[in-house]
Structure formats: structure tokens, C-alpha cells
Ligand binder design. Sequence first.
Ligand code: SF4
Length: 197
Amino acid sequence: MRNNKYLYLATVAFFALGIINIHFSILGTICMVLPFALAYRDKKKTWCTGYCPRASLFTTLGKFKKKSTRKIPKFILNGDLKKIILVYFSISLFFVTMSTIRVAAGKMMPILYPRFMIIIPIPIDFPQLLTIEGMAPWLTHLAYRMYSMMMTTTTFGLVLGALYRPRTWCTVCPVSTISDMIIVDGKKPSASLKKSA
Ligand code: SF4
């Protein structure tokens, strides 16, 4: 990562702010949308190479651990885990979207706690030190779901980073996988033909 070495503070701030008031977690959508928008615009992984706060966290923490001699397992390197994580990510996004729509439509109660991997409840009461009045239940539900998704993927990344190289997560990260698809698609001849037409 060639840019700001303090980017990891954004990841720390994200999790801290969620404890202060969960609605700050909606800011996590920036980390979901911006990488793809940049990949589409630049035809390269601008986010991954310069701006990702999570990768910055893994790199920073990696400086405090001994260099791992453990080999990264084949199922990580050969793309099997990448596919599994992509499926998990897609299911998560689908659940987040559909459940938020259902809460907004009054067909479901909001889930007001974080969950690990969509289904495992985390029995932690977030203190919510700051009150923000007038938030719609679907927004609060969405905020907890965003927090849950970020917490799950960051935990996986931290575990992989602790076991192997600090940025092992990047080999299976769904943001990277989808960015690759966007870039490949954008470079297809039909795309350039349309441009010149
Ligand atoms: S692969 Fe994922 S974690 Fe790694 S830099 Fe890209 S977005 Fe960040």
C-alpha cells in the first residue's frame, strides 16, 4: 500500500463509532461502493493499491508479528476459498438488502444486534454513548447489518493475517474478486467499441 500509512485508523474508527452510535456503521457502504466505482473508472484496483483502510490495518498489525513461515494452504491460493467467500458475501448482501426492505415495509422486526456470519448472534450490548433521534427502524437494522458484515470479514482477515502473511485476506477478498470482474468486463472489446462509436 503506497499511500497514507495511517489509513488503518479509519477501520479502527469504524468499529469504535459503531459502539458510540451504531448508525455510523452505514458509512461502511462507502467501502462497498467506492472500490467498484474506482475499478470501473480506472480499469484497475485503485482502492486496493492505495486506499483500503482494512488492508492498511492488516499491514500495520503485521509489523508487530514475527514473519510467518507457515505456507498458505492450496485451497486459499487456488481460488477455492475465494469462491466460497464470494458466495458468502453475495448471500450476506442479499440478506442485508432484503431484510432492510422488509423492515422498511413493516413486514419484519429490525434485528438490533450484530451477528457473525449472518446467523451467529454476538451477545454484546453496544453502549450507544451518543443518541441520534428520529432514526427509522430500517436504518438502525441496516446499520447493525453493515457492522456485522464488516466485523465478520475483518475477523477473517485478522485470523488469516495472524496465521500467514498479513494481507492473506486480499487473495480471497470479495471486493477484489468483484473488482477484477469489473475490470475484465470493462476491457472487453465491446466496451471499447461502444466508446469509439
Ligand atoms: S483485496 Fe480487499 S482487503 Fe485487500 S486491499 Fe482490496 S479491498 Fe482491501
